[in-house]
Design a protein around this ligand. Structure first.
Ligand SMILES: *Cc1c(COP(=O)(O)O)cnc(C)c1O
Length: 400
């Protein structure tokens, strides 16, 4: 089966994980990461969400409202809640699924402490609109959630540098990975010093047990998305046999992993460092795959392609279709696993108030209609098979 994604970690990167004699791996990873995204400072965390929670703390945002997209990863409002703030949701705009920045500006009140701007699926956020918002509301901190967009560009300018700090997530489904992990980057030396203080004051570095747990997880995940095993794992996953292993969230609860303050393990940092060495090559593969899909699928009736934007990083090639469940099932039978990231609108979740879909209509539409295509290879035989499946589904299941 052609898997929906493959972790951006090569088998030989696992050997690097075992290089226990390498000293100061976390600091080395931070330095290399800052260089990659072109920012002055980087600080590593156990998860992206942990970085966001502590960043809000370091910014002095507490007991305030934080504006977040209705259509983003659910851990974002979880982190906002854990930092002692209240997430306030803003709907998206239709073409690129990014937060509606006009609505976002209108939603600012005297209680607003920050805005989490997100380049969802790697579609760059409109920096000009954000800069207008910053001018109008100088007291509101802008945080760039770059979990899907390492170095996405708006009009040639990197999105991560617009605002107080940027957030990157590094789990195995992201653009580059340190097993788990997250990074906060900033050009502001004072903020960096405060965040470092906040992080280190709460840091309870786990011992060997945690590192070994990460290694065991990595050794399970790498083969699970190999084409030879992906079919079996897909069946187990759908049969509920993998239980908590693959479940990312519970829509009735706001929670964080028990070890979220424990920091990135040196083992993970070494895997992360190894991955940075082939980051550019992997991004080139993704860009080539995305260009292939745009070329081969434009004009296919029955699916809406993602926006074709200069400067996008395409963490996902997110199309919209009608009757998504039929698409997923039909593609699976043809040996292609499609993704359905992000298949929820957060304000509809019971934990966040169970709003009706009409309250955030654009998020609701994207949540119900998006499928994403594999981007881990530029092999045209693989991409060609995916396109055949897409054309067949589009013909059978009609247009959105
Ligand atoms: C993955 C992700 C995060 C952070 O995820 P962690 O699992 O906490 O590392 C944040 N925002 C978005 C949009 C994401 O996709």
């Amino acid at each position: 089966m052609i898997p929906r994604f493959r972790p951006p970690i090569r088998s030989r990167d696992v050997l690097r994980a075992l290089a226990v004699w390498e000293r100061d791996a976390v600091e080395a990873f931070e330095t290399a990461f800052a260089r990659l995204v072109g920012q002055r400072h980087a600080l590593a965390f156990a998860y992206g969400r942990a970085g966001l929670a502590l960043l809000l703390d370091a910014l002095g945002v507490r007991g305030r409202e934080v504006l977040v997209p209705a259509y983003t990863c659910v851990v974002v409002p979880h982190a906002v809640t854990y930092s002692g703030n209240t997430p306030v949701f803003v709907d998206s705009v239709e073409p690129d699924a990014n937060m509606d920045l006009v609505r976002c500006g209108d939603a600012v009140t005297e209680r607003t402490g920050a805005v989490v701007a997100t380049s969802i699926f790697g579609h760059p956020v409109d920096i000009d609109a954000l800069n207008r918002l910053r001018l109008r509301h100088p007291g509101v901190h802008v945080i760039q959630d770059c979990a899907h967009s390492f170095d996405a560009r708006w009009d040639g300018r990197p999105v991560q540098t617009c605002g107080a700090a940027s957030l990157f997530a590094l789990n195995v489904s992201k653009l580059t990975s340190s097993v788990f992990g997250g990074m906060v980057c900033t050009d502001d030396a004072a903020l960096y010093a405060r965040l470092r203080q906040v992080r280190d004051a709460r840091l309870a570095r786990g011992g060997w047990g945690r590192s070994l747990g990460r290694l065991a997880y990595l050794l399970c995940v790498l083969p699970a998305f190999h084409p030879a095993l992906a079919g079996l794992v897909d069946r187990l996953e759908r049969g509920g046999r993998l239980g908590g292993l693959t479940r990312y969230y519970d829509d009735a609860r706001i929670d964080m992993p028990a070890d979220y303050l424990a920091g990135l393990t040196p083992l993970e940092a070494r895997v992360g460092l190894a991955g940075l060495a082939h980051y550019r090559a992997r991004m080139e593969v993704r860009q080539r795959a995305a260009r292939y899909y745009f070329r081969e699928l434009s004009g296919v009736r029955g699916c809406t392609l993602p926006p074709c934007m200069d400067g996008a990083t395409y963490s996902h090639f997110a199309m919209r279709v009608r009757q998504r469940d039929h698409w997923l099932e039909s593609a699976r039978r043809a040996g292609v696993q499609l993704g359905s990231v992000i298949d929820y609108s957060i304000p509809e979740m019971p934990a966040y108030g169970a709003s009706p879909p009409e309250a955030f209509p654009v998020a609701a539409r994207w949540a119900r209609s998006t499928v994403n295509l594999p981007l881990w290879t530029a092999d045209e035989r693989v991409l060609g098979r995916v396109c055949d499946v897409v054309r067949a589904c589009a013909k059978r299941f009609g247009h959105e």
